[in-house]
Design a protein around this ligand. Structure first.
Ligand code: ZN
Length: 222
């Protein structure tokens, strides 16, 4: 685990930061897929962790959560519109042909979090991070913003790597996993307006280049 800003730690769960979790003070953001749970716990050993928050109800962010919450006995929360999916251990995806439902549901399911509560937009989490509503990739997707030093944990509003090649760079999240891409583009523009000095995404390396995010947002086509 590496400190990337004051009291902000990056927990890389795959090669080239393919899957990320973050520790904001004593608050764990995301927990990878179910197979990452053990690794997250190991990385947190010896640290005080009092709360777990989830950027969005997808299997690669909430999959490890059950294990963490049980082991550390801490409360867990997500964006209000994602809480129902967290309760069921479901991923929120776009509509798809019914014949694919059973298979897709099985792949995208994860241990349920029936105790999950809703984060309030504007609520302060950890060391000065404010909850922002950033919907699109899921209806209840949230990000965590600290204006003092310009740190933004943005989940999958943008991917900071190409998910197939793992090459670093900004991309929209894949349409196949994004129920409302147009809404997500509005969220991308909104986070670009914040001009984050440090952008911490769910996938890919940390980005210290607000101009790159601005340029990426400006180049999006609806
Ligand atoms: Zn993801």
């Amino acid at each position: 685990m590496r400190e990337v800003a004051d009291a902000v730690f990056h927990l890389s769960l795959g090669p080239r930061s393919a899957v990320n979790a973050y520790l904001l003070g004593d608050v764990l953001v995301d927990a990878g897929a179910a197979l990452h749970g053990k690794r997250v716990l190991k990385a947190l050993a010896g640290r005080a962790v009092s709360r777990h928050v989830i950027t969005h109800a997808h299997v690669d962010h909430a999959g490890g959560s059950r294990r963490i919450v049980d082991a550390l006995r801490i409360p867990v929360s997500g964006g209000a519109a994602d809480v129902e999916a967290l309760h069921a251990g479901r991923s929120i995806g776009p509509p798809r042909p019914r014949m694919l439902d059973a298979v897709a549901d099985r792949i995208a399911s994860y241990p349920a979090l029936p105790e999950a509560t809703a984060l309030e937009p504007g609520e302060v989490v950890g060391p000065g991070f404010v909850v922002l509503d950033t919907p699109g990739h899921s209806a209840g997707h949230v990000s965590f913003w600290r204006a003092d030093d310009g740190v933004l944990v943005c989940g999958d509003v943008v991917n900071a790597m190409h998910l197939l090649t793992t090459r670093a760079g900004l991309h929209e999240p894949p349409a196949a996993f994004t129920p409302d891409p147009a809404r997500n583009r509005r969220s991308i523009r909104a986070i670009a307006d914040l001009e984050p000095k440090l952008l911490l995404a769910g996938h890919g390396p940390a980005l210290r280049d607000p101009v790159a995010l601005r340029r990426f947002a400006d180049g999006l086509v609806d």
